[in-house]
Ligand binder design. Structure first.
Ligand SMILES: Cc1cc2nc3c(=O)[nH]c(=O)nc-3n(C[C@H](O)[C@H](O)[C@H](O)COP(=O)(O)OP(=O)(O)OC[C@H]3O[C@@H](n4cnc5c(N)ncnc54)[C@H](O)[C@@H]3O)c2cc1C
Length: 397
């Protein structure tokens, strides 16, 4: 696949589109999974396995895996376009985005042996690494206080504790797990003493891991996880013991930027859908889109999505140049999640009562995009990051 950036006029929506070849490739795959497919999955609350298989087979999910490990070796900018296009087509990238960024933990911090063992098999689709266990029910956003422990016993670790909201765990072969290896009371910095492990989910399910699905407002597979004396071979520790929190943070800039791109895809979907409906729907003898009360909110959404899009490119550019991009990745995620949620609301309002009917997909996408002001990081936590790290204000927690 070509990675050369190109600019084309798309006319109705964005004036310039980068990475036209990638967009075309992903769009043509997504055409085989039209909104009816996603609607049905949503109705049945089932995982879109066929879509995952097609995306993996076409190599798109291995975009960020370097060529030497069987992937496409592309940058975050290209990967973000892939995720954007899935949502822009009416699909739900929440079913697959984990793989894009979870493998980054293995890539950046794993040993050469771990990379050779796992990355080619992830790239080929033989293994899925869709799941990451960080959040816990009692500590939430206060990650450094997490209570799951991994205690070293010879050449193995024994894990006990509980996680919540694990996405896609039932459809993943591997999981990235963050656990405390040194008690909080014994570390100098609260960010020390946590470690990252690669867990073989199938083996774990027979040896101390229990998953309990959590039904939620969208078709996003989530689970509670209970670890009872789960044994993990020491060779599955990623990087150095005690440095896991830093490794997880390292991956977050990619995660946030990719989620921003997904929100941008959602946002354009809502705006296109609302504008098309506003042109067609005639009430009081004229298209509703002739009324400024209908036009202005849609125009406002368009402006806000395009502005968020610019910040997404800025974050990608810095990330791909290996420059610090924490502020930009967080800002992109903040702007894009806010813009897509506003666009969802405006789109539903434009559709009036029909917005509530499942067959138009607006209510489904509305539920799906709502997630992103809460997860993977909530808006308040982004604001506190910017307050502290960009503005130099005192840390609030
Ligand atoms: C569908 C879904 C999928 C998810 N997938 C995963 C996954 O795969 N892996 C995983 O590890 N986690 C996952 N999560 C968890 C997600 O990352 C958390 O829900 C999110 O980070 C917020 O944490 P919390 O829910 O514990 O909220 P809490 O930490 O309890 O916070 C509740 C609210 O209070 C606010 N708040 C908390 N502290 C402060 C403060 N000091 N100042 C101001 N406001 C504050 C928060 O911003 C939030 O709005 C998922 C969640 C959902 C809903």
């Amino acid at each position: 696949m070509s990675v050369l950036p190109r600019s084309v006029n798309r006319g109705s929506n964005v004036a310039q589109e980068k990475y036209a070849d990638i967009r075309e490739g992903v769009r043509s795959l997504c055409k085989e999974f039209p909104p009816e497919f996603w609607r049905k999955c949503d109705e049945e609350q089932r995982y879109p396995d066929e879509f995952l298989a097609a995306l993996t087979h076409a190599g798109w999910l291995a975009a960020l895996i370097p060529a030497e490990y069987g992937g496409a070796g592309l940058g975050l900018a290209e990967a973000s376009v892939i995720m954007e296009e899935i949502n822009r087509s009416g699909g739900n990238s929440g079913s697959c985005h984990g793989q894009m960024y979870n493998m980054g933990t293995v890539l950046r911090h794993g040993s050469e042996e771990q990379k050779r063992k796992y990355l080619p098999r992830i790239a080929s689709g033989e293994l899925r690494l869709q799941s990451m266990g960080v959040t816990e029910p009692t500590t939430g956003s206060d990650t450094t206080r997490l209570k799951t422990t991994a205690v070293r016993q010879g050449d193995r670790y024994v894990v006990n504790g509980q996680k919540v909201w694990l996405s896609r765990a039932q459809h993943s072969d591997l999981m990235i797990l963050l656990a405390r290896t040194t008690p909080l009371a014994e570390v100098k910095k609260k960010t020390d003493g946590m470690s990252v492990f690669l867990v073989d989910v199938h083996h774990a399910l027979k040896n101390g891991l229990t998953l309990r699905p959590i039904r939620n407002m969208a078709n996003h597979e989530t689970n509670e996880a209970f670890f009872e004396d789960l044994v993990i071979p020491a060779e599955n520790l990623i990087g150095e013991e005690g440095k896991g929190f830093r490794y997880i943070l390292d991956g977050l800039n990619a995660e946030r930027t990719l989620i921003a791109a997904e929100c941008i895809g959602d946002g354009y979907w809502f705006v296109d859908k609302a504008a098309a409906y506003a042109k067609e729907r005639v009430v009081f003898d004229r298209p509703i889109g002739q009324n400024q009360g209908i036009q202005f909110p849609i125009a406002q959404c368009q402006i806000e999505i395009q502005a968020a899009d610019l910040m997404r490119w800025r974050a990608c550019e810095l990330f791909d140049r290996h420059e610090p991009c924490g502020a930009e990745a967080n800002m992109a995620k903040y702007l894009a999640a806010k813009a897509s949620w506003e666009a969802a609301d405006v789109c539903l309002q434009t559709f009036g009562g029909f917005g509530f009917a499942a067959e138009y997909d607006v209510e489904r996408k509305f539920r799906e995009t709502r997630l992103y002001t809460v997860a993977p990081i909530s808006t308040n936590l982004i604001l506190s990051f910017v307050a502290e790290h960009v503005l130099g204000l005192p840390r609030s927690f």
